[in-house]
Design a protein around this ligand. Structure first.
Ligand code: AN0
Ligand code: CP
Length: 343
């Protein structure tokens, strides 16, 4: 594997899941594979989970790891070709990328949507340059439009929980055990929720792309105006009534995203209206009550009582921590596949 961007890059999903569970059972099984190989992780944006879980994954495989926070210590980078470089940006991405490639075997890059131009973001202008000029396999650690390491971890988590009928109380927060009747083909609902600041569409885009490829009944719910790009949402069912969407659901995936600009390109990257007016969309016991004792998922970081109430995220059915734990597993599978492909 030379690029990890879309669900299609991982190939057969049941094989990928088998590999994930093989690694989860013995995460050091492929320790010898990464000997004398270096993973370089480049962050243009903040991160807790991606930074830690991907480093851990590289260590599982016996790799060396180098992490660079571009905004802390590196030169400010110009990204546009043709600019007379007289601003505070001392170096051009077109030199920086091939230089980074000199010191490693595999590169991971985090570079969020900038919301300056829908076209630039949806063409993946930054990541495409890493693919073109680094000379190395490139995996996306949340780009302008996708977050595939997250979506893969989400799929692993759904696979682990979909057949559970007895859930013990959350060891951190207590509560009563929950009994539920699993569905053979689980109903998975991606729900928009309010947020004070504009957030990228990468997480919902990838989640939709991966759920469309998985064997689940997938529904997306959001207020009008937040329609996801057709290349990701595909033929998924879209339901504008959140309560109706939640009916009988087995998994609720909460996430905010800013306007994808599908129907009104001029609104791309905006928070539509006043977020206080969408307080009803905050995921609470009111909506969870109509589900099939659904599991609650979120990629994290999450703003409590904005996206989801304390009660829902602390309930025995909240699986946000095991979901985050699976980030190590998805990253280990991806790095393993890339190592196997090195010449
Ligand atoms: C980012 C987002 O919504 O895409 C990262 C999530 C993994 N979240 C924030 O910027 C708060
Ligand atoms: N879920 C996720 O990618 O978290 P970070 O932004 O902390 O890496």
């Amino acid at each position: 594997m030379n690029i990890f961007q879309h669900v299609s890059d991982i190939g057969d999903l049941s094989k990928a899941l088998d590999e994930a569970f093989e690694i989860k059972a013995d995460r050091y099984k492929y320790q010898a594979l990464g000997k004398n190989k270096t993973a370089m992780l480049i962050f243009f944006n903040n991160s807790l989970r991606t930074r830690l879980s991907t480093q851990k994954a590289a260590l599982n495989l016996g790799m060396n790891v180098i992490v660079l926070d571009v905004n802390q210590g590196a030169w400010k980078l110009e990204t546009e070709r043709g600019v007379i470089m007289e601003s505070d940006k001392s170096e051009h991405l077109l030199e920086a990328i091939p230089v980074m490639g000199c010191y490693c075997d595999i590169i991971g890059v985090r570079s969020f949507a900038r919301f300056e131009s829908r076209k630039d973001d949806y063409e993946e202008k930054i990541l495409q340059q890493f693919i073109q000029y680094s000379g190395r396999p490139v995996f996306f650690m949340e780009s302008a439009t996708v977050h595939p390491l997250q979506a893969f971890a989400d799929l692993i988590t759904i696979e682990e929980y979909k057949n559970k009928n007895h859930i013990e109380p959350n060891p951190l927060f207590g509560g009563q055990p929950v009994e539920r009747t699993p569905n053979r083909r689980p109903k998975v609902v991606l729900s928009w929720a309010p947020h004070p600041k504009a957030l990228p569409q990468a997480v919902p885009n990838s989640f939709a792309e991966w759920m469309n490829a998985a064997d689940v009944d997938f529904v997306v719910t959001h207020p009008e105006g937040y329609e996801l790009d057709p290349q990701f949402v595909g033929n998924a069912r879209v339901e504008y009534d959140q309560m109706r969407a939640f009916k009988g659901a087995d998994f609720i995936y909460g996430k905010n995203w800013s306007c994808p600009g599908v129907t009104r390109p001029e609104d791309y990257g905006k928070v539509l209206g006043d977020y206080h007016d969408y307080a009803d969309w905050t995921i609470s016991d009111r909506q969870m009550a109509v589900t099939n004792h659904a599991f609650f998922m979120h990629c994290l970081p999450v703003r409590r009582n904005m996206i989801v109430t304390d009660d829902v995220i602390e309930a025995p059915t909240s699986i946000v921590i095991p979901e985050a734990a699976n980030r190590e597993i998805s990253a280990t599978v991806v790095l393993k596949r890339m190592l196997e492909g090195l010449k």
